[in-house]
Design a protein around this ligand. Sequence first.
Ligand code: 3VV
Length: 178
Amino acid sequence: MPALKHWLYMKEVLIVAEWTALKNIDPHCFACGQGNAHGLHMRFFSDGERVRSRLIIPGHLRGWHTLVHGGVLATILDEAMSWAAIHLTGRFILTQEMTVRFKKPVRIEEEVRVESCVAERISPRKALLKAEIRNSSGDICAESSGVFALFTAEAFTRMNLVPENMLDAMNQSMWRSA
Ligand SMILES: CCCCCCCC/C=C\CCCCCCCC(=O)SCCNC(=O)CCNC(=O)[C@H](O)C(C)(C)COP(=O)(O)OP(=O)(O)OC[C@H]1O[C@@H](n2cnc3c(N)ncnc32)[C@H](O)[C@@H]1OP(=O)(O)O
């Protein structure tokens, strides 16, 4: 897949940052699983400092009338922070806590973009992540911050949350691009 290009100007030197598609090995996740019939089918890209995705939120995920349900926006933010935590720290993760600020309504069937980054590596086992959702006009509609627990493969294995074969597949491929 051709990489998207993001142009950054720093100290008058033009740097081209490649946005690389990130590999997903779990087809069932509600947010990113490509095989989940009821899911959001999010795909992620990273330039090495940020992670981003864009999607159109389907009509069955509405709250009031044509507005996207706030819990769905929280899921999108959680997922974006999770992928940033995984791919930018190189660890397995669990969301430990998150805060969401809903700033503007988002409409169903409208394209939104979400972008996330690591704000602070609090300790070897914790990171603070941030994410924001923008509508098609570029307005920030929702933003979040969250504390993520970071696990080595060995520590994540001890948590016994993911079957061993899946853990192996993740371990072999999670930090490679698609
Ligand atoms: C995920 C990997 C994916 C790989 C990806 C491949 C490609 C991508 C594909 C697909 C991506 C999908 C991405 C989806 C992501 C979605 C995110 C979610 O929805 S996560 C679900 C919601 N969150 C929870 O369910 C957390 C529930 N909470 C907890 O489990 C605990 O609160 C926890 C672990 C976060 C903190 O535990 P405490 O509050 O008890 O903290 P303390 O007292 O420090 O720890 C107690 C003991 O727990 C272990 N422990 C805790 N944190 C640890 C850490 N960071 N490392 C190692 N061990 C740890 C240690 O044994 C520790 O004992 P000692 O302190 O060592 O004596």
